[in-house]
Design a protein around this ligand. Structure first.
Ligand code: SF4
Length: 315
């Protein structure tokens, strides 16, 4: 089937490492989104009809539940908790309009530690607060915190889950093979984490700033304690679009326990910022056939960004 795909699509899939000769059921996935006009500026073809859970084609291997995702070469995570962390009522406030409003401080942890004043911090203060944070038990085992990288005025913000072994060692999110795949994915739609203007250089952050021991799943209390930092990063960046990568990013941003397979293919909202859900690059390394679906997600995100909101299919 790949020989019938447009050359531009083949080139982008190849850049992401998508197998061009897919099994029949898999190869049907990108064709369902075929032939939309090229998204201006990004050189991609957006998904014409976003895939919903109801419209998703039958698959030989279900993709609705993204399995536990080792972020690097570290051990495979145990099964992820089914319960998303509780979200404070302040989550309902938008952050997109002009400069977003303040974020309510989190409740105290069981041992009384809490993060104060995050809602009014600027970038230097926020970095310093994260670097010295001891609000949850992950501070005991981390080598260093992993704050985030990229353009602080980026139009695209990517949110991952938590640092892995290499991220903990280097202090940067998405390094190693997963990071290389992410860079290829970004390149396929004209984006980069390297120095560039805000329309092209993304900002990347994780839900957790400290590595869970042995890459285990983030615990709800850890996510809750770290959440103000991510919120403030979103407020300061004020992105035009957020790409939520992986189940814990989705749970934190959307407060949803739905599997990624049921959330992708449409536009969600995080305080007024459009959110596109997709798979974590580490998951894609272990499930390369789903790169075609991730590519669809990128195309949807590009279309959403280009349309300025008009491409949304959010309920
Ligand atoms: S994971 Fe977040 S809340 Fe926990 S110690 Fe690290 S920075 Fe603080």
């Amino acid at each position: 089937m790949s020989e019938r795909w447009p050359p531009r699509r083949l080139a982008m899939l190849e850049a992401m490492g998508v197998p061009l000769r897919l099994p029949r059921m898999q190869a049907e996935v990108p064709q369902q989104a075929a032939a939309p006009p090229a998204a201006p500026g990004l050189g991609v073809r957006p998904v014409e009809a976003p895939v919903t859970a109801a419209a998703a084609p039958a698959r030989a291997a279900p993709v609705a539940a993204e399995p536990a995702t080792p972020r690097t070469a570290a051990p495979v995570r145990p099964a992820e908790p089914a319960v998303a962390p509780p979200r404070p009522a302040a989550d309902a406030r938008p952050v997109q309009s002009a400069r977003p409003g303040p974020v309510a401080p989190p409740e105290a942890t069981a041992d009384g530690r809490r993060i104060l004043g995050v809602e009014s911090m600027d970038w230097p203060a926020l970095r310093e607060a994260v670097a010295g944070c001891r609000a949850c038990g992950l501070c005991e085992s981390r080598r260093q915190t992993v704050f985030g990288v990229g353009n602080e005025r980026a139009e695209w913000m990517l949110v991952g889950e938590a640092p892995g072994e290499q991220e903990d060692r280097l202090g940067e999110p998405f390094v190693g093979k997963a990071g290389q795949l992410l860079d290829n994915m970004l390149r396929s739609i004209g984006l980069t984490r390297s120095e560039a203007e805000p329309a092209r250089q993304v900002y990347i952050a994780n839900v957790l700033k400290c590595r869970p021991p042995a890459n285990r799943n983030p615990q709800p209390q850890e996510v809750l304690q770290c959440e103000p930092f991510l919120k403030r990063q979103v407020e300061l960046v004020s992105p035009r679009l957020i790409l939520a990568m992986g189940r814990f990013a989705v749970q934190s941003l959307l407060g949803s326990q739905e599997p990624i397979g049921r959330l992708r293919g449409r536009v969600h909202q995080y305080h007024g910022v459009p959110v596109i859900v997709t798979y974590h690059p580490a998951y894609l390394l272990r499930n390369p056939l789903d790169k075609a679906r991730a590519w669809e997600d990128l195309c949807l995100a590009a279309a959403q960004r280009e349309s300025g909101g008009g491409a949304t299919s959010a309920p």
